[in-house]
Ligand binder design. Structure first.
Ligand SMILES: NC(=O)c1ccc[n+]([C@@H]2O[C@H](COP(=O)([O-])OP(=O)(O)OC[C@H]3O[C@@H](n4cnc5c(N)ncnc54)[C@H](O)[C@@H]3O)[C@@H](O)[C@H]2O)c1
Length: 451
């Protein structure tokens, strides 16, 4: 077993679009690094202390400039890193080339890769025989568990074919060799918690998404800004004065609703959770069922982590020219398969914009229903990924130090580490805060002081 890709019949320790893009990737990665002071500090410490020395690490993440900075940090900590993309459309090919050429990192990712190539790249990451895995959406860990549970029919064909060539002992070793894993996003954490509940989780997982320095900032401000950025880059539509429908008022949804309102849109929110719906209503948005929103929206964006949120019956009710996009993790939030059955199309009218004709009206779907901020833009700004990836780097170190003590469950990184990331970020931003006086500390710890 070795970390090879076999696309086009050639064997290699990487599979990227074009190594000649490396210089552009290097410059852009350095640009992102300027906005990642917390990760930079961790990298400096990792270089001195080498906490990941001798560890093989397989990461399935969006291959962006920010991820490049994480990969180089993990390598500085001593890890032997293999990286594959966590979405067929999110890879930045110049970044992939830079990591291969300038850092010798094994990268398997090409923007626009088809389904088979996507899974061939997951296979290559699995073949790295990792001690630690890192996921954004649990595709890598999902495949490892299908191997562990011998559910080979649930594996994508490229992975399945490879697993069938392995002996039972080799299959077992691939899974038992993993001492722990980390997960970046809400959807991945939901899947992992379901695995833990069913008692099938094979190793401890650190839910990076559950850190406050992750979801409060990355999901809200990162997704908020970059989703709007992706939509504007894809369409060049004016947001001001338009009616924007936001499906889901979780961390991502509220971030996007806030930015859409800031750009002058009339924002409607759809929800299934009464508490979130109440918050949206009191934040000043109109909350309506999708059935109603469908009739009036100009732009629809799903950010729920759920499936079939916009269905054919909704699309049939939409106005001529309605635009539909998704920024949730998987491309299942809009029922595109259903749409293809009843509509004519798709016809590509711009990069990332596809036209469907439905009952004499035109409907435009962005980025094939995949997360639009990564498909049509560059994903989250580096400054917010600084905190998410500081969490990832510290989570990898935490796994190395604590794997034997951790149960096969989904864990958070300790709250002190989370608070330390916030402290370092504030420091880098030049923001000072107050400290408790002794009297305040005593007051907060007491229960016997009243009026
Ligand atoms: N685009 C990105 O870069 C990016 C970044 C972070 C997270 N994500 C993904 O975005 C999704 C949302 O993440 P989050 O952190 O906001 O999760 P969250 O759990 O905080 O919010 C999801 C919300 O959607 C609501 N919801 C569920 N089903 C719904 C339905 N049918 N109609 C309307 N609302 C519904 C839930 O009640 C919840 O309030 C996840 O898939 C996550 O992995 C994407």
């Amino acid at each position: 077993m070795s970390e090879t890709a076999t696309r086009g019949g050639t064997k290699a320790t990487n599979d990227i679009k074009d190594i000649r893009l490396a210089e552009e990737g290097r410059r852009r990665t350095e640009w992102a690094e300027r906005s990642m002071p917390v990760l930079r500090q961790i990298r400096e410490r990792f270089t001195r202390e080498r906490p990941l020395a001798g560890k093989r690490l397989a990461a399935c993440l969006h291959v962006t400039t920010e991820t490049a900075n994480l990969a180089v940090t993990l390598q500085a900590g001593g890890a032997d890193v293999a990286l594959c993309g966590s979405n067929p459309l999110s890879t930045q090919d110049d970044v992939a080339a830079h990591l291969v050429k300038d850092h010798g990192i094994k990268v398997f990712a090409i923007k626009g890769e088809d389904h088979a190539t996507y899974y061939e790249h997951i296979r290559a990451a699995l073949a790295h025989r990792a001690d630690i895995t890192m996921d954004d959406g649990a595709d890598l860990v999902g495949a490892l568990h299908m191997i562990a549970l011998n559910r080979l029919d649930d594996l994508a064909p490229p992975v399945r074919k490879w697993v069938e060539t392995l002996s039972a002992a080799e299959r077992k070793a691939i899974v038992s060799g993993v001492s722990g894993s980390t997960e970046e996003t809400t959807t991945g954490v939901i899947r992992l918690k379901a695995m833990a509940k069913d008692g099938v989780l094979q190793f401890p997982v650190i839910a990076v998404n559950d850190s406050q320095t992750k979801h409060l900032f990355d999901n809200r401000y990162g997704t908020g800004q970059s989703t709007l950025d992706g939509i504007i880059r894809a369409t060049n539509l004016l947001i001001a004065g338009s009616t924007v429908v936001v499906a889901g008022y979780g961390w991502c949804g509220r971030g996007f609703a806030m930015r859409a309102r800031g750009a002058g849109a009339n924002v409607l929110v759809t929800e299934i959770d009464p508490m979130k719906a109440l918050e949206a209503q009191m934040d000043g948005y109109r909350v309506v069922p999708m059935e109603e929103a469908a009739k009036v929206g100009d732009l629809f964006v799903t950010l729920t982590g759920n499936t079939e949120v916009i269905r054919v019956e909704h699309m049939k009710a939409m106005k001529d020219g309605a635009v539909v996009a998704n920024s949730g993790h998987f491309n299942v939030e809009i029922d595109l398969e259903g749409l293809k059955k009843v509509a004519k199309g798709p016809v590509r009218v711009r990069e990332f914009v596809e036209e469907f004709q439905l009952d004499g009206r035109k409907l435009f779907v962005l980025g094939e229903g995949r997360l639009i901020n990564l498909a049509a833009a560059e994903g989250h700004p580096a400054s917010v990924m600084d905190m998410s990836f500081a969490n990832q780097a510290l989570a990898a170190e935490y796994v190395v130090e604590n794997a034997k003590k951790l149960t096969k469950d989904v864990h958070r990184i300790p709250v002190e580490l989370d608070a330390e990331i916030a402290r370092l970020k504030l420091q880098a931003m030049g923001v000072s805060i107050d400290t408790l006086t002794p009297a305040q500390r005593k007051y907060l710890a007491s229960w016997d002081m009243g009026t």
